[in-house]
Design a protein around this ligand. Structure first.
Ligand code: UDP
Length: 311
């Protein structure tokens, strides 16, 4: 296949590009480099299998030649970005999804949108199955992301149901690993970089809120299986490695051997209190199961951050 990956130079986008190439496909990797990094695909310099194109998917765009599969992965995804660049966030979920779907329709390509556990908002159902409609604030500090991703799913359903595009919707839960930006503000890079610098780990609020952590390799394997399947309904990809944020801070201190202390700072507004995916659908329909324990994924991620920080 010849694939288009929007956000191809981002954290998950670039790992998807690697997987597609490993499976024998060629890729056009589009990115506006607002949060993506050229280094993430630097290993394809001079390699004709991957063409890196600098373009903002939220502006109308075209791609020359045939395209068999469009993966719309472009979006800032850190709560820090929701405050720093909210318009870029909302456009990536809305205009850019619309543009990517239009391209898929024009090219007769299959389409996958990267959605998120944020469509469940601050969920009242645990664990969260795909059938849950969520508990989302439509105009709070996270709405530029949550509501844009909900729109992204809605417009994808329109192209699926009314324009015959063969679509996939993947809902990512917290995913971590090498190529996350050190300063992206999310909990994994924050805690790891704080621990490696010997600075206090900043737990927002009392730290009783939970997240379930998925290692990128497992998650990208789920993405590839979903792409190759005929499953058009949304699919959660995440793990049962649910931890409170306080437990996670302690795990990072232990794994880094750091002497950092833990401090509590103001809780984030509308911070989801419990997040844990029901992955029955992925397990049953895709034969997929995550296999990397948190300790192992964390050790590999710490090694990556150590190298990039020179620690
Ligand atoms: N968090 C924290 N300290 C930090 C960064 C994040 O306590 O320095 C918490 C945050 O409040 C949330 C969880 O960690 O409960 C995960 O936050 P992240 O920004 O990684 O992404 P989210 O899952 O909220 O989208």
């Amino acid at each position: 296949m010849r694939c288009l990956v929007t956000g191809g130079s981002g954290f998950l986008g670039s790992h998807l590009v690697d997987r597609l190439v490993a499976e024998g496909h060629t890729v056009v990797a589009m990115d506006n480099f607002v949060t993506g990094s050229r280094e993430n695909l630097g290993h394809y310099e001079g390699d004709t299998r991957v063409q890196v194109v600098e373009k903002d998917a939220s502006e109308p765009f075209d791609v020359e030649g045939d395209v068999d599969f469009v993966f719309h992965f472009a979006s800032p995804a850190s709560p820090k970005d929701f405050v720093r660049i909210p318009l870029a966030v909302i456009k990536a979920g809305s205009y850019a999804t619309h543009n990517a779907l239009e391209l898929a329709e024009r090219k007769g390509a299959k389409f996958m949108v990267a959605s998120t556990s944020e469509v469940y908002g601050d969920p009242l159902v645990h664990p969260q199955p795909e059938s849950y409609w969520g508990n989302v604030n439509p105009n709070g500090p996270r709405s530029c992301y949550d509501e844009a991703k909900r729109y992204a799913e809605a417009v994808t359903a329109v192209y699926r149901d009314h324009y015959g595009v063969d679509t996939r919707i993947v809902r990512f839960f917290n995913t971590y690993g090498p190529r996350m930006r050190l300063d992206d503000g999310r909990v994994v890079p924050n805690f790891v970089s704080q621990a490696l610098r010997g600075e206090p780990l900043t737990v927002y609020g009392d730290g009783s809120q939970t997240r379930s952590f998925g290692y990128y390799e497992d998650i990208i394997d789920g993405v590839y299986r979903l792409a190759m399947s005929d499953v058009q309904d949304p699919v959660n990809l995440g793990t049962h490695e649910e931890r409170t944020i306080l437990e996670f801070a302690k795990a990072v201190i232990e794994a880094t051997g750091s002497t950092s202390e833990i401090i509590h700072v103001d809780a984030a507004i509308d911070d989801p209190q419990q997040r844990h995916p029901d992955i029955t659908r992925a397990t049953t329909l895709l034969g997929w199961e995550p296999s990397t324990p948190l300790a192992e994924g964390l050790a590999k991620t710490i090694a990556y951050f150590r190298a990039s920080m020179g620690k």
